[in-house]
Design a protein around this ligand. Structure first.
Ligand code: SF4
Length: 149
């Protein structure tokens, strides 16, 4: 069986910008845990950002916090580390948290820090997909399970 990279926050680890996790309770996750197939990763923490941290959004190819700090370098580093980890473990599939500026698969916030979402991908999701790793959000569990079968 293939290993799967999963956003740490979806496993309940409190690494989100606000210091919380957002555990995805799904029987398949428990089965993967028992089979030791899960590699947990948070690109923003791996990129050197603290928890909690200011929320950030993608704007014109940069990642900017709600207080105006440019954290593009940290986000890009986290994305590169995610790719390296996938390559080390020969990971072909990832389950990443929707709408995050790192992990978002289908939507991201629009950069205005006003809560509006647009179609788009986070930096890590985008880099993984560009390198042949299939990324699914937590809203696409059936498709991920099918792809792995
Ligand atoms: Fe979760 Fe990804 Fe945000 Fe880390 S960067 S808290 S793994 S959504």
């Amino acid at each position: 069986m293939h290993k799967i990279l999963i956003s740490s926050c979806l496993l309940g680890t409190p690494v989100r910008y606000d210091g919380t996790g957002q555990q995805l309770l799904h029987p398949q996750i428990m089965a993967w845990q028992q089979q030791k197939l899960i590699v947990s990763f948070c690109p923003e923490v791996a990129g050197g950002l603290p928890t909690p941290r200011d929320p950030a959004e993608i704007s014109n190819d940069k990642v900017i916090t709600n207080t105006g700090d440019d954290v593009t370098t940290e986000f890009k580093l986290g994305a590169r580390k995610a790719l390296q980890l996938c390559q080390q473990h020969n990971i072909r599939f990832a389950l990443l948290k929707e709408s995050s500026p790192s992990c978002g698969r289908n939507t991201i916030y629009d950069g205005s820090h006003s809560g509006r979402k647009i179609t788009g991908m986070g930096l890590t999701a985008s880099l993984l997909e560009k390198n042949g790793i299939k990324v699914f959000s937590e809203q696409q569990m059936p498709a991920l399970v099918q792809a792995l079968a």
